[in-house]
Ligand binder design. Structure first.
Ligand code: SF4
Ligand code: SF4
Length: 347
């Protein structure tokens, strides 16, 4: 598999890393099997977060005994020094280690949040202290907004950035990736598969790995088959065929930029509306899984729940992609309702 240096951290890692979100959704036994298969096949960068429920614990269990062979990266969304130190200790225990190779500030979504982090009593104080104490070796930051990261990178504090990058999320190419290259900051692509909406995962991964200014891609993986497939792509040629270029164009046309990436930041909705499920029901759920027993009822239930939307807009304020969620919920509900009616007429 291809390797690279992760910016000025000096860490030499495979360009395919492991994204730790989906192993929350399988059993512990399955999760451990997936992580161990990654290690067997040479993946050496493992990304997780304090916010991913059991993910750290599972990775810690799976990689105990091979700690020195791997790079562990985790993150905290806490903004004060005290809170961050508490979370760091939990992460160290969960990951069964005395140090975190790359510790990241999670989802810094505004300059106000950044000002809080670096102000008196802010999380940055704790990060620097923990680095002096040897609990953290390198500092990273993550955000869904490349403009914010571009500003923060200029302050020369962080050695890595993590950002969504894929063929429908190209904004990082404008300023962030060139700046990171100039400043030798490591770049990590999250959501290489656009949250699972793209037509072909292999093509999407090739696209991301084909961008040399991206050091690592960290697709989420929850089965051994997915691990093997991704390792195959990361070990093979990256040139996109004519057919793959056409497929990318097709996705661009169909999805535009207004599609849900399943990041979940819009939740919780005060009315309990399953926003992510509704926005992805047709393009992702139905396209991949087809109609199954109970699908019609599940759609109808979600449509009914969307009817009690208060139009408060809280979800939109939190969506890092600035999606017009209220409008999209209306359109999606109408379209799903039509699909259910058509299905019922046929069966
Ligand atoms: S606008 Fe509707 S969907 Fe969004 S948070 Fe408010 S109630 Fe929930
Ligand atoms: S609507 Fe926006 S915030 Fe919510 S899951 Fe989709 S992309 Fe994320």
């Amino acid at each position: 598999m291809r390797e690279t240096f992760l910016g000025r951290t000096g860490l030499r890692v495979k360009r395919l890393g492991f994204g730790g979100i989906p192993i929350q959704r399988v059993t512990e036994e399955e999760a451990i099997e997936v992580v161990r298969r990654c290690h067997e096949l040479g993946i050496d960068y493992y990304d997780t977060a304090r916010g991913y429920t059991v993910s750290e614990e599972r990775i810690g269990k799976a990689l105990e005994g091979v700690r020195d062979d791997v790079v562990l990266a985790t993150k905290s969304g806490r903004r004060t020094s005290e809170e961050l130190l508490d979370e760091l200790d939990v992460s160290l225990r969960n990951l069964r280690t005395d140090w975190i190779d790359v510790y990241q500030l999670h989802n810094v979504s505004s300059m106000e949040a950044w000002e809080q982090v670096k102000g008196p009593g802010g999380a940055l104080e704790a990060l620097l202290q923990a680095r002096d104490d040897g609990k953290i070796w390198h500092l990273g930051i993550t955000s869904h907004d490349p403009a914010i990261l571009t500003e923060i990178v200029r302050e020369s504090i962080f050695e890595t950035v993590m950002i969504p990058y894929n063929y429908l999320t190209l904004k990082p190419e404008e300023a962030l990736l060139p700046l990171c290259q100039e400043m030798n900051v490591g770049t990590i692509s999250m959501k290489p598969f656009g949250g699972g909406v793209f037509s072909n995962a292999n093509t999407a991964l090739k696209f991301v790995l084909g961008e040399e200014r991206v050091d690592i891609a960290i697709p989420g993986m929850m089965s051994v088959a997915e691990v093997e497939e991704n390792v195959g792509v990361a070990s093979g040629g990256l040139e996109l065929s004519e057919a793959e270029l056409e497929l990318i164009e097709g996705d661009k046309e169909e999805l535009g930029s207004q599609f849900c990436r399943a990041c979940g930041y819009c939740q919780p909705c005060p009315q309990g509306i399953p926003i992510t499920f509704l926005l992805r029901a047709e393009g992702q759920f139905l396209k991949r899984m087809g109609w199954r027993p109970g699908t019609e009822e599940r759609f109808e239930d979600a449509i009914q729940r969307a009817e009690i939307c208060l139009e408060c807009g809280e979800c939109e304020g939190r969506c890092p992609y600035h999606l017009p969620i209220r409008q999209l919920l209306k359109e999606t509900s109408a379209s799903l309702g039509r699909l259910v009616d058509e299905r019922r007429a046929l069966t």
